[in-house]
Ligand binder design. Sequence first.
Ligand SMILES: Cc1cc2nc3c(=O)[nH]c(=O)nc-3n(C[C@H](O)[C@H](O)[C@H](O)COP(=O)(O)O)c2cc1C
Length: 178
Amino acid sequence: MYILVMYETVEGHTKKLAETIAKWLEEVGLKVMLTSASQIGFCDPGEFDGAILCAPIHMAQYPQAFVDYINDWRDGLEAIPTALVTVSLGIASQFPDERAEVELFPRQLQDDTGWKANIEHNAAGALKFREYDFFKRWIMRRISEKEGGPVDTSKDHELTDWSALKEFTLKFAKTVQD
Ligand SMILES: Cc1cc2nc3c(=O)[nH]c(=O)nc-3n(C[C@H](O)[C@H](O)[C@H](O)COP(=O)(O)O)c2cc1C
């Protein structure tokens, strides 16, 4: 069985998630094609036995290349089992209303594309303070502080719950294999 793991990333963390998901799928005997939305070109997801799509939220939006791919290939995606992994910081917020807001991003994607994945997962992302320029570091620190998150800008912070992501991935793998 052949699974498409498609991701988009701005700062690399979602790529790391997608690579890890691909590794877990291969460990349970699935074949994987791992690619980014901007590289995938004219590859019909309907040719696969399932697809996991992963994308981060930046400025309250999914990356445009990710949205475009879904719009272009919605029919193919609807023909197979699919999963959506949304990566954000808001989901790690200490405040329930902030988390609830992030949980609405997949609905925004559905409004924009007409596509809804069979299963969805919200993963907390990363704060790459050491890679941000001065302005971005200042903004991201303020946002993180407001959400009760890390504020030590001398290091990067990875907030992803890897065991929850693995559980989600294996649940999807089982759906495809059954
Ligand atoms: C400029 C910028 C804007 C962001 N905007 C949001 C946002 O609106 N909501 C949110 O929950 N997280 C936001 N984040 C957090 C990212 O989703 C998080 O850092 C994620 O790990 C980025 O994934 P990537 O490395 O694959 O691009 C933002 C991050 C940056 C750097």
